[in-house]
Write a protein that binds this ligand. Sequence first.
Ligand code: RM4
Ligand code: MN
Length: 391
Amino acid sequence: MSVSAPSKAELFTQLDQQAIELPSWAFGNSGTRFRVFGSPGTPRDPFEKISDAAQVHRYTGIAPSVALHIPWDKCDYQALRNHAEDNGIRLGTINSNTFQDEDYKLGSVTHSDDRIRQKAIDHHLDCIEIMGQTGSRDLKIWLADGSNYPGQDDIRGRQDRLADSLSKIYSQLSGNQRLVLEYKFFEPAFYHTDVPDWGTAYAQVAALGERAVVCLDTGHHAPGTNIEFIVMQLLRLGKLGSFDFNSRFYADDDLIVGAADPFQLFRIMYEVIRGGGYGKDSEVAFMLDQCHNIEDKIPGQMRSVLNVQAMTARALLVDRSALATAQQAGDVLLANDILMDAFYTDVRPLIIEWRERHGLPENPVSAFNDSGYLKKIAADRVGGTQAGWGA
Ligand code: RM4
Ligand code: MN
């Protein structure tokens, strides 16, 4: 059955179902290989990161959870969970980290040394234990594993060891927990990466079982890649687990999502909706994976979630029944027009009305800026070490 453009009431009901998870690391100082610029009031521990993330939800209404990175966010997890709940949000995905330890120079879960491979597996088992305490559903794995020179290592042997390590990790999940494998085409390894693309991630998770799925980070593809095609294919195969949203101009730039190419974000959201990946019956998780190097972090995160909301609203407006008719008739230009018509719709007044109905400010970013929160944390958070990349 085809679906036509939703009425305003239907659109609002759909927008009510939006939930975007924030990355704890977006609130710390982070950046490029060059200078990491600090800002006053930057969190000094995971609790302060959660307080800042709660501000994003308070003003936008669509960012109810925060992803943690282990060991960056190592702390008393029960206390952190209570702190999140006291602030009206919850803890989300647990991200493992096997890219900052001396032992992992030549690989982690793919390493040929049994001791190092076991150490990397054990780290994931610790993460699963943490998930029990935080109440998290997803264990997200991104690996820096790869090689820099042809012949440096046996790329097939590494793939076999990857499969073996992942199955050991997967076997420890319980209930509705999921293993989410993220791919990235290059960096830090430059010759080959062990999980470079969606096909490899798919092959690895398909071998594990139903609760193993793929994470699509929008910054992890070669320039010109048709990302919405990958979205369609993973949804079609039932293996799209989650998104890491960000924008790129060149490599893995981790900029505000929708900043570089809002049209691409629209196309992605259209395929998500068309493929059943949006709404209460879907398990697809929508997360941000971003770094704010020169802009204020809290409003930077707000801008990101608002960009996702705006492109979701436009994608929801596509008249899918008219589109299907035009496609079936082979009317190339009309079909394209129908899609573009939704993309060109100014949804700002609609979203302002949606916010009004939820008691949210008309302009979340300026309401936050007027609240004095940034001034307050700059004054309060003195002393200690600011959290940063690797904190
Ligand atoms: C990686 C990858 C992961 C994120 C880390 C911080 O490039 O995108 O999702 O956890 O960066
Ligand atoms: Mn990512």
